[in-house]
Design a protein around this ligand. Structure first.
Ligand code: ATP
Ligand code: MG
Length: 423
């Protein structure tokens, strides 16, 4: 029996109709990012596993359970589960600081071995930014502003911005101790993951998605009440900046984010209508990360958004049927048919999008294909039209028919003028 192959679970094909939608989003997002001075970087999909364990953190879900890891020439390598660590690696490796390249963005796939469900894939796509070498709160504000513009570029309406500060390493160390002590009495009732988190990284208990744990930790001490003076000043300034720009936000003291490298500002953007997968974007400041990966002590801040989730939240699955060809060439008679290959090429050289029936069906078959092709016009070339140097042009939406010049350059001008008149 013939085998019918299917894509792997959690890995999906993007088909025409969807790809145009993605392209349109990416174009708008790139414009927004460029307005803030971001330049694009495209790191490879595979890296040494160690890069992720050292940055994202051994105890995190991403590194602990979700990476696709295998061996290549004796090295443990992993498909990237996120891009921040890679961008830091590239920043250090290529000395991007010396080249003034401190504002970088990326668009591309990431891979996580999670249980596939709505809004949760094993290969998904992220758009994200990293800013290196800027420590002022104004940078945090700009990074959040461009995050909101990117979410708006996807067409997401009424996004919700959640904001928190997890302080500097000193305030975090102090707070961890307070948190562990406060949770001691409920320790036995927490889920197994949270009991481990309490040992390894207690902050992450606050990030647990299990309802029971959320109830048990509802009255836990708040990190924003245990910030050092420095951390408090930074947080206040970020909030003041957002206020000045009229950006609404909600402070969420539980927003600690799942990764090890964050300090100070953390934020998420949520969208309506995605159920439990409602976080479309997450980010924060990571001042120690570049140094931790072997670079200089350079501050950093960034975010990443899931493109599938963004477009799902915007509620459009496929682009509405659109014009994909300018014209479909229809031939009548042997001479016209023989000239079609060349004529199509000459019209393409005039930057027209051209289709034609290479299988050489009769007039009816060609017209049917013209109708299905997504072309705006059918251009009919018959042997007697060839004699007269003319073609018949049929507007495939209105059915209107007219004569136009056969010469490709003149035909292109004629078609463009006609399209403009009708717009
Ligand atoms: P979640 O809590 O939903 O697992 P996360 O905290 O693991 O998200 P991040 O690592 O912050 O997610 O990644 C940034 C964004 O990438 C998320 O906000 C989400 O939009 C998207 N994302 C993360 N994991 C997936 C996935 N498996 N499938 C689709 N999108 C994802
Ligand atoms: Mg996750």
């Amino acid at each position: 029996m013939a085998v019918r192959y299917q894509s792997l679970r959690g890995f999906s094909d993007l088909l025409p109709g969807e790809t145009e939608l993605w392209q349109a989003f990416e174009t708008r997002a790139r414009r927004a990012l460029a307005r803030y001075g971001f330049r694009e970087i495209r790191p490879p999909h595979l890296e040494k596993t160690e890069l992720f364990t050292r940055s994202v953190g051994e105890g995190t879900d991403i590194v602990g359970k979700e990476m696709f890891t295998f061996e290549v020439s004796g090295d443990s390598v992993s498909l990237r589960p996120e891009l921040t660590a890679q961008v830091c690696r590239a920043y250090i490796e290529h000395g991007l600081d010396r080249r003034g390249l401190g504002r970088l963005y990326y668009v591309g796939p990431a891979f996580r071995k999670e249980r596939p469900q709505k809004g949760r894939l094993r290969q998904f796509h992220q758009v994200g930014v990293e800013v290196f070498g800027e420590s002022a709160p104004e940078t945090d504000v700009e990074v959040i502003a461009v995050a909101l513009e990117t979410v708006a570029a996807a067409g997401v309406e009424q996004p919700r911005l959640l904001l928190n500060s997890i302080g500097d390493p000193e305030s975090r160390t102090a707070y961890k101790r307070i948190l562990v002590a406060a949770l001691e009495s409920v320790r036995a009732q927490l889920c197994a993951d949270c009991r481990t988190r309490l040992e390894r990284n207690p902050l992450r208990v606050l990030d647990c998605k299990v309802d029971h744990c959320r109830t048990l930790t509802a009255d836990a001490p708040r990190i924003d009440e245990h910030l050092s003076d420095d951390a408090r000043r930074h947080f206040d300034a970020v909030r003041a900046g957002l206020d000045r720009l009229g950006i609404a936000y909600q402070v969420d003291p539980r927003l600690v984010r799942g990764l090890d490298y964050y300090v100070h500002t953390t934020f998420e953007i949520q969208a309506e209508g995605l159920g439990s997968q409602n976080t479309v974007l997450g980010g924060g400041r990571y001042d120690g990360l570049v140094a931790q990966l072997g670079g200089r002590q350079v501050p950093g801040i960034g975010w990443a958004a899931g493109i599938e989730r963004l477009l799902m939240a915007a509620g459009v699955d496929t682009a509405e049927s659109r014009e994909v060809l300018d014209l479909y060439l229809v031939t009548l008679g042997p001479r016209a048919r023989e000239g079609a290959l060349e004529l199509a090429q000459k019209l393409r050289a005039e930057d027209l999008r051209v289709g034609w029936d290479t299988a050489g069906h009769g007039l009816g078959g060609q017209m049917k294909r013209a109708g299905r092709s997504g072309a705006r016009y059918a251009v009919l070339v018959g042997d007697d039209e060839l004699e007269r140097g003319l073609v018949s042009v049929k507007d495939l939406s209105s059915g209107e028919q007219s004569e136009a010049p056969l010469e490709p350059g003149e035909l292109a001008v004629w078609l463009r003028r006609r399209s403009e008149e009708q717009c």
